[in-house]
Design a protein around this ligand. Structure first.
Ligand SMILES: *[C@@H]1O[C@H](CO)[C@@H](O)[C@H](O)[C@H]1NC(C)=O
Ligand SMILES: *[C@@H]1O[C@H](CO)[C@@H](O)[C@H](O)[C@H]1NC(C)=O
Ligand SMILES: *[C@@H]1O[C@H](CO)[C@@H](O)[C@H](O)[C@H]1NC(C)=O
Ligand SMILES: *[C@@H]1O[C@H](CO)[C@@H](O)[C@H](O)[C@H]1NC(C)=O
Ligand SMILES: *[C@@H]1O[C@H](CO)[C@@H](O)[C@H](O)[C@H]1NC(C)=O
Length: 476
């Protein structure tokens, strides 16, 4: 009632008429314009009425000719629009020197859209694309310059094009969708999109590496994506309406991995992925002694494995045995399924592991769990910033990275070239330093014991720390 009475307060508008000369002029001009418009309208109406009567045969004929010529013209214009759709190489070699910066070498003519704390993206159709859809002619799996993209209005898609309805996720990564670390980096912005955009689930994924089409994800990455977003259907751009290009009703493109995503957003996305992964794998929290300390050695086979695994295991077991409630588990990432890894991480407070992609599992630990990392000789000097990724991830995901041990021993590099030397050291095995490992383990165990006891006495180890609040985002 109140609203309707408000909308009828017309009198309030009237006083301004008399307030100033300018306003009256304004009013009169507006009124005059309205009158002219109404008169025009009447004329149009009468003329169209007239054209329907047989008393105007000439005009009638002319109008019909106009109508059909308008149709012809429209058809011609549409055909010209179709013909003018321009395909550009998906991978632009002009930017090969800095393939990942700015608009990147993937769809290089398109500028990214930045939205709040999120990874920069491209969206089609949008204002930026002037309402045009994304079309891809991109079946080459080994040369991104042979694949191409174009923008086209839905009314004038290129000849032979197939329109794919619904939402398509397009991912290009400089690395790959197989490796746990790289694959997680590539899907992270899509998980965030899913969470922010009313839990939108894509109808399909189109994957690229350097503009080359990819038709699979690694099993672990595939499982994680299924868990976090919903069943992943990877489009191979074949078998849908012949050889023409594929155009997408709606498409979101990410080409920077995490890119500009801010830390708080990353943390929220890791929280959601942890929660979703645990639910997907049916991991329920067993009631356990809140003071228990669970240490897990997640080991590697071959590259970057410990030279003397049994001794390393023994050192950690010995330190663990000195702390009440401590248990050690030993596992190998290579022969565990995704869900085995999710479950193991949900049962771990201290993760002990060599540098390597199996450490990507660390975001699946309960929040504020601890990580201890090990490197072979040569990494510190030669590996660049990429060696710190698990420290960064621990920080983003809300874990405690308790530092690293770098093997000072190992063969000397026989090459002069830095890259050759890095490759020489990269996958070498890792030795051990019994005194150092024992002291370091004792320190971390002490810290975790203290945190756990204070949490146990204050009863503060809530679902927030566990990171498995049920239901997860997008389950509601
Ligand atoms: C992209 O940004 C650059 C630099 O701001 C600008 O010159 C260019 O016109 C933009 N391109 C498009 C397609 O908007
Ligand atoms: C590992 O170390 C133990 C004890 O130091 C030694 O007995 C064993 O031979 C070593 N194993 C290997 C494979 O080097
Ligand atoms: C996994 O691989 C490790 C190392 O080869 C082996 O010791 C372990 O028994 C394997 N575990 C299972 C469950 O197969
Ligand atoms: C999920 O992981 C399991 C075990 O590693 C694997 O067999 C399965 O193929 C994966 N699922 C997908 C969709 O990749
Ligand atoms: C996380 O752990 C550290 C040390 O293990 C402790 O000092 C800190 O209070 C813990 N933070 C929370 C939120 O429990």
């Amino acid at each position: 009632m109140e609203q309707s009475s408000k909308s009828f307060t017309i009198p309030r508008c009237i006083p301004f008429l008399s307030r100033s000369h300018n306003s009256s002029v304004y009013f009169i001009t507006t009124f005059a314009t309205l009158v002219v418009l109404v008169l025009l309208q009447i004329e149009v109406l009468t003329s169209s009425v007239s054209t329907c009567s047989l008393s105007w045969p000439f005009f009638d004929q002319a109008l019909h000719r106009d109508e059909s010529s308008i149709h012809t013209e429209l058809g011609r214009a549409r055909s010209m629009l179709r013909d003018s759709v321009t395909f550009l190489p998906l991978k632009d070699l002009r930017f090969a020197k800095e393939p990942m910066s700015g608009h990147t070498w993937f769809m290089s003519s398109m500028n990214d859209t930045f939205e709040g704390d999120e990874t920069q993206h491209l969206y089609f159709p949008s204002e930026a694309s002037k309402g045009r859809l994304l079309c891809l002619s991109a079946r080459d799996t080994s040369d991104g310059t042979k694949n191409s993209y174009a923008l086209a209005w839905p009314e004038a898609l290129p000849h032979d094009a197939t329109l794919f309805p619904g939402l398509t996720f397009v991912s290009d990564t400089y690395y790959d969708h197989g490796n746990l670390w790289h694959g997680t980096s590539a899907i992270l912005p899509f998980v965030s999109w899913h969470q922010r955009k009313e839990c939108a689930v894509p109808d399909r994924w189109v994957l690229f590496h350097w503009g080359e089409l990819r038709t699979s994800m690694g099993a672990w990455v595939h499982n994680l994506t299924n868990a976090a977003i919903g069943e992943v259907r990877i489009e191979d751009l074949r078998g849908h309406g012949g050889a023409g290009p594929a155009c997408f009703e709606k498409a979101v493109v990410y080409r920077h991995n995490e890119g500009a995503m801010k830390k708080q957003r990353r943390r929220a996305v890791y929280d959601m992925m942890r929660c979703k992964a645990r639910a997907y794998c049916g991991v329920t929290r067993a009631t356990m002694d809140p003071k228990a300390i669970r240490m897990t050695l997640l080991l590697r086979l071959g590259s970057r494995s410990f030279k003397n695994e049994s001794t390393v295991i023994r050192i950690f077991e010995k330190e663990c045995a000195k702390v009440g409630g401590c248990v050690v588990k030993v596992a190998w990432g290579n022969n565990m399924t995704f869900c085995d890894q999710v479950k193991l991480m949900s049962e771990t407070d201290i993760l002990v592991s060599p540098h390597g992609c199996q450490l990507t599992n660390l975001f699946l630990l309960d929040k504020n769990s601890s990580v201890m990392e090990f490197y072979p000789k040569g990494w510190q000097e030669l590996a660049g910033v990429g060696q710190y990724i698990y420290g960064w991830m621990a920080n983003w995901a809300g874990m405690q990275h308790k530092g690293s041990w770098r093997d000072p021993h190992g063969e000397e590099c026989p090459h002069a070239d830095k890259l050759a030397c890095f490759l020489f050291y990269k996958d070498a095995q890792i030795g051990h330093d019994e005194a150092h490992f024992a002291g370091w383990a004792a320190k971390v165990l002490g810290e975790v014991k203290e945190t756990k006891s204070s949490e146990a006495s204050s009863g503060s180890r809530h679902t927030d720390l566990a990171g498995s609040s049920i239901p997860c985002p997008c389950d509601m």
